[in-house]
Design a protein around this ligand. Sequence first.
Ligand SMILES: [Zn+2]
Length: 171
Amino acid sequence: MMLKVVKYGDPVLQQEGKLITEFDGKLAALVENMFETMYEEKGCGLAAPQVGESIKLFVMDCSGSNRDPKRRYALINPRIIETKETQVGEEGCLSFPDIYFEVERPRIVTVSAQDIHGKEFTMQVEDLEARCVLHETDHLYGKLFLDYISALKRDLVKRKIKKRIKLGEWD
Ligand SMILES: [Zn+2]
């Protein structure tokens, strides 16, 4: 089932999500629906607050259009354990349609999380996957990629969004 992706301006995007303690069928169904929504919207990551659920969960698949099932992850209650090196690259967000800008992030990330059964796992990811893990983990704490650019650039982006809200292009 497709879920509605909320856009910047919705308060759910700027609050910390709750820790997940129930690893039940409801959670598994939400994860499936989030994957479906992410693929449909052509994103490589989607966090629960982006579908209006204020909880610590995100899904990701950075393998591109030839979807590699081994690169398909659901991370529940993720914690960033270690970061190394830096990378600069263009970033987008499904809650900011058609808005992209360069963000500096660590290039190598070690993250621990739980899977949909509550089992703990740790993985190390690099490059695009590292960028994705950091961007999506930020969402679970109410932090947005907009927070990484200069105040001047941020004002420009916010003005652009205001215009699109007026035109009814931001829903
Ligand atoms: Zn995002």
